[in-house]
Design a binder for this molecule. Structure first.
Ligand code: G
Ligand code: G
Ligand code: MN
Length: 448
């Protein structure tokens, strides 16, 4: 390791490498890692007043103090002329990082003799904890430095970074880093929500909904992370992961209700990705899935951003046998011409209309018209957000083809979805009737 000649501490380059590694380790182990950055106050003034030799002696002394409070696995580094850092891996809690800083400042109370004079070293410190304040090493350093600036301006010895001050931008940068790890770390999971044939009341397939089980944030909805993934380009890998996983898992589904389709959401960015056709074809080849099993859901809004290009992509995907479903239909203000021109197989009537159909005549009219128009142009209609029996019955009456919503089931983990398919017996006014779980199903260990 490269070290600073004067203090024998790690230099900035070596420190950054270690900081990165320690951040990753904290993330992997689920432990806490503290970072303290310390700035010696008016160091140049000491240099001028007492000479460089005295200045050097002071730095060496300061380095020793830091070394003294460090535990065996801690790392002390010199970041710049008068800037130091202390990495504290495996903290019991973040209070321990604060205690370490407090200890340092107690030691600094003892004056140092330089050139026959007693001087008190003054300093400020900023503290940040990974992953509480940031999980990416550069972000963590930024946070510790921000806390240091605060300490200086408030005239305090040390300040723990205040996460209240964290703005959205920093959160997004963290999310980006965590997402990247999440793919490699297998933290993503698909949940499945059944889609019913309204008339026969039997499942015809399911929509795959991505969930991220983050070790720090808990379960995170795609509403939160898809946008970040789109901005950073990670979305391509996530889309590929979702299609592959959905096709692979769908192979395990029981066949008692006949052929099942599997719907995967395609983000606006993936729709515009020139490689999307190859990507989809590649996935289908791997899993030897019959193409008509795969449905790609594209929101009406993202399709309308550039209808010409979108329709071209739809056509190419359809040539591969994939079906196209227009998600959140009715919220995108597209014109009636859309019904004529869009090469889609299915519309998903947005739950805004579906949820109010029973109470609100106008929404019922809209739903009825969408169903009739869609049928006229050879498309099927899925009602989303079906939450009760009344809505389901109305959908049957207006001739809606498929239904999806909490009335049938919430999205389920894959294992639970298989179990649900095995036990589904029929739909009642209260929802699905399921057979009693078999003993072996009872014994199945819960995946946590
Ligand atoms: O399941 P949930 O309500 O959290 O979904 C929120 C939104 O995220 C929905 O609009 C859904 O279409 C979208 N979504 C869910 N899974 C995926 C996915 O795998 N890819 C993309 N692009 N969007 C998804
Ligand atoms: O935009 P998209 O249709 O892909 O959104 C799917 C999301 O809708 C899923 O996250 C799912 O949890 C949610 N969802 C599914 N069924 C219902 C329902 O009956 N009511 C409500 N409020 N949300 C639902
Ligand atoms: Mn969807």
């Amino acid at each position: 390791m490269i070290e600073d000649k004067l203090t024998k501490l790690q230099d900035r380059g070596a420190f950054m490498v270690r900081l990165k590694r320690q951040c990753e380790q904290a993330l992997n182990m689920g432990s806490l890692m503290g970072l303290i950055v310390v700035d010696v106050r008016r160091f140049s003034h000491i240099n001028q007043a007492f000479g460089f030799k005295a200045g050097d002696a002071l730095l060496v002394h300061f380095a020793k103090l830091l070394g003294g409070i460090a535990r065996k696995r801690d790392l002390v580094a010199r970041l710049g002329d008068d800037e130091f850092a202390l990495i504290l891996p495996s903290l019991m809690n973040e209070g321990h990082a604060v205690l370490a800083a407090a200890k340092l400042f107690r030691e600094l109370e003892v004056p140092l003799e330089v050139g026959g004079q007693q001087i008190r070293i003054k300093a400020h410190a900023g503290i940040a904890v990974c992953p509480r304040h940031a999980s990416h090493f550069e972000q963590l350093l930024n946070k510790a430095q921000a806390a240091l600036v605060q300490a200086r301006s408030r005239g305090e010895s040390y300040v723990l970074f205040d996460s209240e001050d964290t703005n959205r931008e920093e959160n997004a940068a963290d999310l980006e880093f965590e997402l990247e790890n999440a793919i490699a770390g297998g933290e993503f999971e698909l949940f499945y929500q059944p889609q019913f044939d309204v008339k026969s009341m039997k499942p015809v397939g399911a929509e795959a909904l991505m969930r991220w089980q983050s070790p720090f944030r808990g379960a995170v909805s795609p509403d939160e992370f898809i946008e970040v993934a789109e901005q950073t380009g990670l979305i391509t890998r996530m889309t590929q992961w979702a299609i592959n996983t959905a096709l692979r898992e769908a192979k395990e589904w029981p066949t008692r209700f006949g052929k099942q389709s599997i719907a995967v959401n395609l983000s606006a960015v993936s729709l515009r990705d020139p490689n999307i056709i190859d990507l989809v074809n590649g996935c289908m080849a791997i899993w030897e899935s019959s193409a008509d099993a795969l449905v790609l859901e594209v929101t009406e809004t993202s399709a309308m951003a550039d209808p010409k290009a979108s329709f071209q992509t739809f056509k190419q995907l359809k040539e591969s046998g994939v079906r196209i479903s227009l998600d959140d239909f009715g919220t995108g203000y597209s014109s009636l011409v859309y019904f004529r021109d869009v090469p889609a197989d299915e519309l998903k009537l947005d739950r805004i209309f579906v949820s109010r159909m029973v109470e609100n005549k106008a929404d019922l009219h809209i739903a009825t018209l969408v169903v009739q128009l869609a049928h006229r142009f050879g498309m099927k209609v899925v009602a989303e957000g079906v939450e009760d029996a009344k809505t389901y019955e109305l959908l049957a009456r207006i001739g809606c083809d498929f239904a999806q919503g909490y009335f049938i089931s919430k999205p389920m983990r894959h294992r639970d979805y298989i179990d649900w398919l095995n036990r589904y017996e029929g739909l009642t006014k209260k929802g699905p009737r399921l057979s009693a779980p078999t003993r072996s199903q009872n014994k199945k260990p819960e995946l946590t």
